[in-house]
Design a protein around this ligand. Sequence first.
Ligand code: HEM
Length: 488
Amino acid sequence: LKQALFRNPNEPPVVFHWFPLIGSTVTYGMDPPRFFEENRKKYGDVFTFILLGKKTTVYLGTQGNDFILNGKIKDVNAEEIYTVLTTPVFGSDVVYDCPNAKLMEQKKFMKVALTTEAFRSYVPIISDEVSNYIKRTPDFKGKSGVVNICPKMAQITIFTASHALQGKEIRDKFDETLADLYHDLDMGFSPINFSLHWAPLPWNNRRDHAQRTVAKIYMDTIQSRRARGGEDNAQDMMHHLMNSTYKNGVKVPDHEIAHMMIALLMAGQHSSSSTSSWIMLRLASRPDIMEELYQEQIQNLGADLPPLTYESLAKLPLNQAIIKETLRLHAPIHSIMRAVKSPMPVPGTKYVIPTNHVLLAAPGVSGTDAQYFPNPALWDPHRWETDSPNAPSILRNEEEEEEKIDYGYGLVSKGAGSPYLPFGAGRHRCIGEQFANVQLQTIVAMIVRHFKFRNVDGSNNVIGTDYNSLFSRPLEPANIHWERRETA
Ligand code: HEM
């Protein structure tokens, strides 16, 4: 009653809760998408809930995505939210430990390095990593077996990303020290660290030690490359950053290159490895689609299945659609948050979001909205074909010009109005989208060449989602049954 009576009519309705500090932390944390859907039904697209004592205002739907993700820099701020978590992991002077204008320049350096030429060189690197991984992994010995797919996909993701983006020297160190060090860094990314990031707890001490050690490994590599003339790694990110200069004429310092290397690998690791695990689980639930993928390669690339190239990926539309459709249902980033820096009126309503609120965008909600995606809960990669009965409205309206904008790191799609934004929108939009696509498409195509998957019980069921970490991922053990293809 108190919550209803003392409500400020110019602020959005507050989700009912019993305890002021805990608020809705538990119900939100257990299943954010369900929490959003249920409260959308009760309160509409804009509502506030208490997350660890903080008033958090959710604005759902395409207008909400636009309001938050394309918010002006004087109104919304990402670094204030994320820096406590990311700075101890990435290191100083990069990403959220610097003014936004500097992040925009850093994103530009990283984006410019991700050229078609670079991607062309990555496809063979990634396919070889996948084949070698399958060959040497004991769990894939023999003709068939059962495997918890998540840890396998996490390893494949880090081996492929580190080799492509950071070169062979760094990749080889993952077989020695780097895997454990990155694991320790990862502990810094647990949600509890939003409040305990500073505490002298064992996992924070390990995180800090790992950060210093990994940064030193990168800085030593940079120096030895420089000493050798550095000409042998022309397509990797490290090479590119070593040759980048800020607008003020300052060359990117070595410690910033090292910290960007960590940021890049960490940013991609969780999202890509979760996505690849979901893909494998979805394929296990639909062996018929896995077979279609195999036939697509035979028909479009040739029965002898030649080595994959960047160009050949473009000839595999179903392989591409698998990634699009899996990200629609399993976007690894379910909540995107911003601090409010000046009171923000919500157009068309009487609400003004005050500066003591945090704003939360959840683009995944519009990605599963029946208004845009017929049969939204159905995983149907064929829906991305224009003549499919489940084709999303955005495909039908494709001739409409996509609005583009430059925040300082090149033209990006503004995303305003699109219900499909797994890579975000606005100044913080993902720069890794094309890399993730090349990486995931190559991994899927290679796995399909080697295996047939099915659920252990032969059903079409799909496992639930684990929301306990910052990035959502499949609940474990996520066991699938694999059978080696005769031809593999
Ligand atoms: C930002 C998703 C892979 C690097 C973002 C954002 C999303 C996202 C939603 C926006 C975050 C925000 O607005 O707060 C994904 C998904 C991926 C993926 C779904 C894979 C399936 C990658 C990869 C890299 C990467 C592989 C690096 C190679 C970045 C960077 C940002 C970003 C640098 C910018 C952060 C900022 O400006 O605040 N990503 N990402 N991502 N991502 Fe990705």
